[in-house]
Design a protein around this ligand. Sequence first.
Ligand SMILES: Cc1cc2nc3c(=O)[nH]c(=O)nc-3n(C[C@H](O)[C@H](O)[C@H](O)COP(=O)(O)OP(=O)(O)OC[C@H]3O[C@@H](n4cnc5c(N)ncnc54)[C@H](O)[C@@H]3O)c2cc1C
Length: 298
Amino acid sequence: MNAMALQPGIRGELLANEPMARHCSWRAGGAAETYFIPADKDDLCLFLQHMPVQLPLYWVGLGSNLLVRDGGVKGVVIGALNRLNSLQFLGQGRVYAESGVTCAKLARFCQQKQLDGADFLAGIPGTVGGALAMNAGAFGSETWQFVESVEMVNRQGELTVREAASFDVGYRKVRLDNEEWFSAGVFRFPAKVGEQPSRIKPLLERRNSTQPIGMPSCGSVFKNPAGHYAAKLIEDCGLKGFCIGDACVSDKHANFIVNAGRANASDIEQLIEKVKHEVIKKYNIELQTEVRIIGEKS
Ligand SMILES: Cc1cc2nc3c(=O)[nH]c(=O)nc-3n(C[C@H](O)[C@H](O)[C@H](O)COP(=O)(O)OP(=O)(O)OC[C@H]3O[C@@H](n4cnc5c(N)ncnc54)[C@H](O)[C@@H]3O)c2cc1C
């Protein structure tokens, strides 16, 4: 049963018992008790103002770094993909992007505006909100290198602007106070000097040749431990191709776990634990997951 009803004036969609497998790139996992798709940012704020305070609240972008356990998520999940979708050039290298804009769209927009540095975002299959939350990065660049300020929304639906310097940012992590989320970011990219060809195509080709693109996955499951590559450690444990159910360590890139068919979240989580166990046994190194795991076991 739906945990809440839409208040008058709210234009978004409220879905009960929404399968999160539809919203997660592993194509696995349980249902969200309630899933809200705002019409836009104002609508989201209005929704939050009316949301009962006791309900847990979670945010999903493209679900490309998220495992939802098979028992599902209690409370409300906000899905802002393509809804908080404003993308504006503010001049002098500055770009305003709402959190539901995809990273690929932001990268192409920057390319059109002759801005440098955003190409790495083209191959990250996430949203601006997810990239901010994860400090997503690739090919030597990270999201927060280019953040000037962010707009946050809290549980009461109030918006505030905070400078990038006020955040504690690290490798694939950003410390967030409880109960606030990114509604938008202002990025600053340097202007391209002279005729520089776009790096988007070669970077995408590099990904295609080294990653199992096209199979449901969440990208790299584990962070690289200091001084090591997680993929190399996993491969050297002989785990490439190892499966639990339909969850398999990719043959192409050992830090990827792919859904080879009908894997459920439990298969994937068990495989994550198995990989951690084998790497500790062989190298005494404890791998940390980059992927976020939420929800209830079934
Ligand atoms: C094929 C593939 C390749 C990948 N390659 C890379 C890569 O090169 N580099 C890299 O860093 N990652 C990579 N990833 C992982 C993933 O794409 C990134 O972590 C991405 O930034 C996640 O964005 P998302 O919108 O999908 O976030 P989600 O997976 O939806 O959410 C991830 C986390 O961010 C939180 N979140 C989402 N939106 C907000 C918001 N607006 N405010 C606050 N919190 C929010 C969620 O609650 C969750 O905890 C890859 C994934 C895949 C499938």
